[in-house]
Design a protein around this ligand. Sequence first.
Ligand SMILES: C[S@@+](CC[C@H](N)C(=O)[O-])C[C@H]1O[C@@H](n2cnc3c(N)ncnc32)[C@H](O)[C@@H]1O
Length: 286
Amino acid sequence: MQVTPAAVRILAELLEEFTGQELTQTRQWRVGTALSSVMREHDCADLNALAARIAGNYRSPLARQVVEALLNNETYFFRDLAVFQDLQDTVLPALAQARAEKRRLSIWCAGCSTGQEALSLAMMLAENTAIWNDWQVEILATDVSESAIRSARKGCYNQFQIQRGLDIARMLRWFTETEDGWVASEKLRNRITYVTHNILETPPTTRRFDLVLCRNVLLYFDTATRKKAYARLDSALAEDGYLLLGGGEAVRGHTGLFMPEKGRPSFQRPAAASARSGADAMAAVR
Ligand SMILES: C[S@@+](CC[C@H](N)C(=O)[O-])C[C@H]1O[C@@H](n2cnc3c(N)ncnc32)[C@H](O)[C@@H]1O
């Protein structure tokens, strides 16, 4: 059966309201697959029937379930290895130097999905005792998806997930095999606080972060929403901090609040206040 424009509009509106994401035409083809188990569970013959059930009731548990199913939680350990290498070789040592007096480092993984990104960072920091021994290192990892955060908190990965991006040595050093899957060590998990949070809302804490990772999240937003997200990220970042985006994501043309690092397009620095455009400054206070 053909999905009616009204049904597409309802699903798009729902996703936009809860996450800010656009249900672009290129994403619409996978909506049926993404929602098939929700339709089965709730005896909905097709997407039109499902949309009719949630119309006008976006706060219902079913609507929430639909949002969760529409989110793309794709992630894996050490995604974009070259970027993690760059973090280890240049950015983190630079931050260690800048924060040498307080010996405190705050990191925010915004859009952390099921936790692999935050755990990759935690592993890197824990392995580099020459720098980070005796430091207070905090990683806050957030995602709008409640189910992703629930899963991240468990820190338990199946055979497919554990092998994606993680070498055997790290897998054996930092994870224990159990009946349920491979569980991350307490040492890593204790470093990370997982919280459900929408990046379009006020940052989760008033603390300024030294490093913010927001990778493969903003690409689902339209231009205006992306601008708002950049303003939120900017308000959460220390003036000399770093914002790390996903491969292929760029600030140019989307915001004047950040400037890409020369030769390292994934790393962004806050632009000097004078370089900020009036429109972005407005977005920052909204
Ligand atoms: C493709 S995953 C990327 C995960 C990880 N950052 C990485 O690069 O491997 C995108 C994540 O962003 C989350 N997300 C989408 N919209 C969000 C929003 N408005 N606020 C917070 N997280 C959001 C999704 O739930 C999903 O887990």
